[in-house]
Design a protein around this ligand. Sequence first.
Ligand code: SF4
Length: 205
Amino acid sequence: MFRINEVFRSIQGEGPAIGQPATFIRFSGCNLSCVYCDTDHASCRPWRLEELLDEAARGPSRVIITGGEPLLAGEALVPLAAGLAGTGRKIDIETNGTISPPPDLPGFVDNFVVSPKLSNSENNPASRRLAAGLPPGFFKFVADDVADLDEAGLLAQEHPGRDIIVMPMATDPKAVIEKMKILREPVEARGWRLLPRLHVLLGLR
Ligand code: SF4
């Protein structure tokens, strides 16, 4: 059984697959407590593997495995990802990067999206330290100001070879736009990509 908070369809509002229709599988629970977290991931309903595969098979070709922190599910993610890939689904995993993924998992994943937590998350540094064994892919940083970009840059240097995405720390449309205006030039100067939170702009989940 998987500890699932919710399964729903929407368009991806963040990260490399932004704008694409997707089935979201949101795992319950997280090992961090970010001050800006706007996801209610506490409630839980048990889902069987076959139920999740059937639900995803009725939806779009992309599946976002998110949370909470999905890597808390450990090895159980491998048959889920393998089953989804077997039905032709493209899989994104969204993780805070503090838990090493099962070695066999990345081979089934299209986009491995790590959102390293900066000091602006107000988690203690030990709890938000990146785990060993994170595969290549994306770093997606939540930034409030230019100082956050400097901190993100240090992490990017320590973990080279990843595509860097920055998104604004904002939970309403006006703030998303205002912060993107502040961040645009300094993000561009670093050669990174600035993306909105499209679901916030459109009032979607
Ligand atoms: S890691 Fe993600 S789900 Fe967990 S508390 Fe932080 S923002 Fe929320």
